[in-house]
Every structure is written in C-alpha cells, then in structure tokens.
Write a protein that binds this ligand. Structure first.
Ligand SMILES: Cc1cc2nc3c(=O)[nH]c(=O)nc-3n(C[C@H](O)[C@H](O)[C@H](O)COP(=O)(O)OP(=O)(O)OC[C@H]3O[C@@H](n4cnc5c(N)ncnc54)[C@H](O)[C@@H]3O)c2cc1C
Length: 611
C-alpha cells in the first residue's frame, strides 16, 4: 500500500519552486524525478487528475479498459465529427491520474525506427536523430528477457540483453504464457516472405516480432510512469512536491527584453484558485491535447483564435495546436476455431473470477501480463505505378502554397520514406480479443460485446500524412479542447491503409494461422474479403483511435512552423518548455509511449545542461 499525500496545498503559494511541471503523466513524472535528483533543485508537479497509485484498475495489467470513461482515471475526450469518416466522432480517452496515459494504456512497448528518428533531425533538430536519441530508449527501461517457456514456444525471438536497457525505471517484459496464435503469427509472416524482424529496439528491419510490455515481471503489475519514477525514494525527497486535483488554468506572462517570461502558474483545486511563482522554468507535460490548450489560454497561439475567445495575444504563433498526428487503428476480428482460447472468454463470470483468484494469489494467470505481437511491414501489394502516383501527390501537396510550411517540410521527409519500397508503412498487431469499432461506447468497442471468441489482426499506418488540430473552444481550462484529429483525411493514407487491411485478410487465410480460425466462422469486419474500393469504405467505417496523439507543439525551426526549438523551449519565451508527445515533429512508426519516455529522459538532460 503506497501512502503518498498529494492533496495538501499548504504553503504552496509562499514556497519557492525552481521548476513547475504541469501534468503528472507519462513525461511529466520522468522530468520531475530526474530534476529532483539534485537536492538543491525544488520541483513542483501539478496534476489535474487523481492519485490512484493503489488502484487495481491501474496496477493490474489486463484490467486496462476498466478505467475508461471513469472521470477518476480518464478525461474521456471525443473528437469533433470527422467528415472524412462518415461524420463519426472518434474516442480520445486520455489518462487523468498520476502516471497519465501510461497508467491506463495497453502497455505495448514499441520502438521508433532509425529512419523515422533521423527525419526528426533532418527537420532541423540537431541531436534528435537516431544516434542522439537511441541511448534514451535504453535509459528509461529495465528489460527482462523472455521466459524459458516462451523461448521453447517461439524458439529464438531475436532478443539480446546487450541491446536493451538494464537499469532504467520502467520495467519492460514479455508475457509468461502465449496462446497458440503467437507462434503461428511468426510462422505465417515467414510463409508470406517476411521472417522475424531484427530486435526492434535497434530501429531497423521489417517482419513480425513478439513485443514486450511495460509490466513488472516479478510483481505482475503495470510499470507506468508513476510506479516507475515515483519510487519510495523519490516520493520521500524534500525537494519534490506533487499536488493532484490541481487543474492549471493559465500561465501569467510578462514581456521582458529577452522574450516572454512565465512568472506565475494559476491553478484551481476544488473551489479554490491558487497562484504559484515560477523560480526558473515552467515545464509543460499535459499531453498533446492539453499542452496547446494551456499555451492558448495563456496567450500563446494563433492571434485570431485567441481574440475570438477574449484572450490577449502575448505571442502570435499560429502553429500552436496544429500538426496533430495520430496513427488510427483498424481491427479485423476473426472467430477462433472451436476449443481455442481468446480473452473474450472473460465475459464468463466464472472465468473472470478464476483469473482474479489466481492473480490475487501470486500474480499468476492472464491478468498479470499483456499479450500482444506485432509486425512492421512495407506495403507489399503496392504496384510501383501506384507508389509513384502517391509520391507525386505528396509532392504536389508540398508545392501547394496553401499547405502550411511545417507540413511541407514534414511531407518532404515522408515522401522520402515512401519512396523506399522496403521501408515500413504499417504496423500489424495481433490482439487476443475482439474489437468492435461500430460500437460507440468504449467498453463495448473494446469488450466482448459480440458472442463467440475472437482474435484481431489490426493495422496501423506507420507514418500517416493526415493532420488534425487541437484548439481551445472557450477561454476556460475546465472545458474540453476541440480535437479535430483528421485521421485518413489524406487520400494516400486511405489507399495505403486499405491495402494493408487487405493484407490482414491474407495473413488470416495463410497457414499455420488459418487453421486456428474457425472455418466459415464469423468475421466482425466483413464476412467476406473485399476489393480495394470496398476496403477503403471499410477503413472509414472501422478506423478507431489508437490514442497516439502527438505533434501539436512541434519541435522545428521557428521559420518552418515550429512551436519549440530543439532544446524544447517555446519560441519567444525565456522559461517555458514542452516535454510531452506534443513536441514530436513526426509520429514514430508504432505505439508511441517508448518514444514519450525517451523524449522526456532526453529533455531532463537538456534542462539539467541548461541550469
Ligand atoms: C487508452 C490508451 C491506450 C494506449 N496504448 C498504448 C500502448 O499500448 N503503447 C504505447 O506505446 N502507447 C499507448 N498509448 C499512448 C501513450 O500512452 C501516450 O502517448 C503517452 O502516455 C502520452 O504521454 P504524455 O506525457 O504526452 O501525456 P499523458 O501521459 O497523457 O500526461 C498528461 C498529464 O497531464 C495532465 N493534465 C492535462 N491537463 C492538465 C492541466 N490543465 N493541469 C494539470 N494537469 C493536466 C493529465 O491529467 C495527464 O496526467 C495509449 C494511450 C491511451 C490513452
């Protein structure tokens, strides 16, 4: 039982804090923990959400979805109706508790690619290419090799301890047991010409792999950022203060000769409003949907937008909140052969109770781990002529004077990636349960709402060209930001994703995977395989949020449409930085939390270097 009082506001307004970190989520707690390693530096973390460090809905890895929609854990945002997706609103759930989204996410640990990271550097960010960034992928983690049983099951999974991080805070481990689909996954891709990938932490190659998760292999608990970085030793530091239920409303800004300085952070807790003075810096870590909101509420953003909401413009930067990127995920769910398992079996209360009993006894059983596998794949069936057409359409967009400058630069990098036929264009994910994108309520979409036992093959575009935005809809922090995610709004994304979905059907029809599925069984996406045009329609109908929102305060040169520089400082300010997923100039090739952890670790070193 962790006892950690984060409720008190006593003496806050008269205390001195060198750094005030806004958001005690994935990135915020990394930076808080690293900066407070120096006892002479006083750090305050203001987290709008709860302190639920002892709650099983966070700590039990396989209970992830149970926290959805509960305001004690989840902001439960939705996007605006997406015209290009037949007017659907997408889910935009986000962690609202210590640990942020890492406390409620699916736990998959997936690494970015060399080429994707090098594109960050090429976009004008020295030090952020693969060589400068990859040490931080190892710094955040303590990796444990797969169990003997897994090795017997899979053979060599390409894991090498010397490639991994071995003394970082976040526990990264593999499941204890795997259902039969995982071995078949590896073999089926091989049958299709794509053998096992190189260890993905090295950032290269294509093919299938068994991915680890952020789970402590000894306690079988989730290793989210609060569990990993707010250790007993860190929590006891007299120079670190964490306050939960503290909703930051705005920063008070003053214009100085060197630029704009944040002097005060204003937040509310319950009915009270508090003002805390900034010693050195404000570090924004409120996530890609709320960091831009806080900047705009403080007067940093598009002047016209701010004026519409009665906010005085202090720094006019129209790129704040633009450039939103999100992968989107399309699940194809297949009924499994009679007698084979699936996580859908947990709908039976006796099965669920047995799993809980086993977990409570010694952490064993299916609740104690998260079982996924993945593959990075090029677009196999894309004829060269179509590839050329796609590249040409990107080039036309780059030349279009209406395309924002930041996007032009990013598209140049993305066109280069698409020109390489063997470069990853999608991530495939094997999930051991059904997904129901036609259901609007999250628990029904992610739960076993359809009778029968299923597994899902999901496809995710690695480097989507589509862009969205997030902006304030009012001048109040209490109101949800307006999230216009833009998924599949670029026709190239739609065609690429449709082609990958068709390939998911091919995986399902290839041995040995095919024999694990029920002959003539139910397919939740569509009963029969479909042609390209129908696959595009299905994409619009089925694409779900993958919750990988990023890019809304992009790190790029100011003249190219950036919001922060490569030391993560907001342009025009002397003491405001951003350290969360907002700063990604380009989304990485797969799930993004490993990149978020690594960005925050690198940010902490940058900030320390500037003290
Ligand atoms: C449901 C879900 C599933 C996911 N699954 C995976 C996965 O399996 N693998 C993977 O790699 N990635 C996954 N992700 C993505 C990943 O978890 C996030 O990209 C990452 O955690 C974001 O980190 P962050 O620091 O940018 O923001 P967050 O972790 O969201 O932290 C932001 C924090 O700021 C707080 N905050 C916001 N506004 C304010 C304010 N005004 N005042 C004070 N505090 C504020 C929030 O409450 C939150 O705690 C998933 C995300 C979600 C939501």
């Amino acid at each position: 039982m962790i006892v950690f009082d984060t409720d008190s506001t006593d003496g806050l307004e008269t205390s001195h804090f060198d750094f005030i970190i806004i958001g005690g989520g994935t990135s915020g707690l990394v930076v808080a923990s690293r900066l407070s390693e120096d006892p002479s530096i006083n750090v305050l973390v203001l987290e709008a959400g709860t302190n639920r460090l002892n709650d099983p809905r966070i700590s039990v890895p396989a209970l992830a979805i149970s926290a959805f929609e509960d305001p004690d854990f989840d902001w439960n945002f939705k996007t605006t109706p997406q015209e290009q997706l037949n007017g659907r609103e997408m889910l935009a759930n986000k962690g609202r508790t210590l640990g942020g989204s890492s406390a409620i996410n699916m736990g998959m640990v997936i690494y970015p690619s060399c080429s994707g990271m090098n594109a960050w550097e090429e976009l004008g960010n020295p030090g952020w290419g693969w060589d400068g960034f990859s040490p931080y992928i190892r710094k955040f983690q303590k990796a444990t090799p797969p169990s003997k049983e897994s090795e017997e099951h899979f053979g060599d999974v390409g894991y090498k301890q010397e490639d991994q991080g071995s003394d970082g805070p976040v526990q990264v481990s593999f499941a204890d047991h795997y259902m039969p689909y995982y071995g078949a996954w590896m073999k089926t891709f091989e049958m299709l010409g794509y053998p096992q990938a190189d260890n993905p932490i090295n950032g290269t190659g294509t093919g299938p792999f068994i991915n680890p998760s952020a789970v402590d292999p000894v306690t079988h608990t989730r290793s989210h950022s609060a569990a990993a970085y707010l250790t007993a030793e860190t929590r006891a530091r007299p120079n670190l203060r964490v306050v939960t239920g503290a909703l930051v409303k705005a920063l008070l800004l003053e214009k100085g000769t060197d630029g704009v300085e944040a002097s005060t952070v204003v937040f509310s807790k319950g009915q009270e409003v508090y003002s805390v003075s900034v010693g050195r810096e404000v570090i924004l870590a409120a996530g890609a949907t709320q960091t831009p909101q806080i900047l705009e509420l403080s007067g940093i953003g598009d002047g016209e937008l701010l004026q519409r909401h009665g906010i005085e413009t202090v720094i006019n930067n129209p790129y704040v909140g633009r450039n939103m990127q999100e992968h989107g995920i399309i699940p194809y769910s297949f009924e499994v052969a009679d007698g084979l398992p699936s996580a859908d079996m947990a709908r039976d209360p006796d099965v669920a109770a047995a799993a809980m009993t086993s977990y409570e006894k010694d952490g064993s059983g299916p609740l104690g781990y998260i079982q996924f596998a993945a593959a990075f794949m090029p677009c196999v069936d894309l004829p060269q002529e179509q590839r050329n057409e796609m590249v040409e359409s990107i080039k036309a967009l780059i030349k279009n004077p209406e395309t924002p400058r930041a996007l032009q630069k990013q598209l140049e990098a993305q066109a280069k990636l698409l020109e390489i036929p063997e470069e990853t264009t999608a991530q495939f994910i094997l999930a051991p349960f059904q997904l129901n994108p036609r259901e609007e309520i999250p628990k029904r979409a992610f739960g076993p709402s359809h009778p029968g036992n299923f597994i899902s093959i999901c496809t995710v575009l690695s480097y989507p060209l589509s862009r969205g935005s997030v902006h304030i809809g009012s001048n109040k922090a209490e109101h949800a930001p307006v999230i216009d995610v833009g998924t599949l709004s670029n026709p190239v994304d739609l065609e690429l994703h449709a082609r990958h979905c068709m390939w998911a059907d091919r995986v399902a029809a290839t041995e040995p995977f095919a024999s694990l599925l029920k002959k003539g069984g139910y397919r939740l996406h569509s009963q029969e395989p479909v042609d390209l045009e129908r696959a595009k329609e299905l994409c619009k109908e089925l694409v779900m949020s993958n919750y990988h929102f990023c890019g809304t305060c992009a790190m790029m040169p100011e003249e190219d449409g950036g919001v922060v520089d490569s030391r993560l400082k907001v342009y025009g300010t002397t003491n405001i930085r951003v350290v969360d997923a907002s700063v990604f100039p380009l989304i990485p090739r797969g799930n993004i939390q490993a990149t978020v952890f690594a960005v925050a670790e690198k940010a902490a070193d940058i900030i320390k270097g500037d003290i």
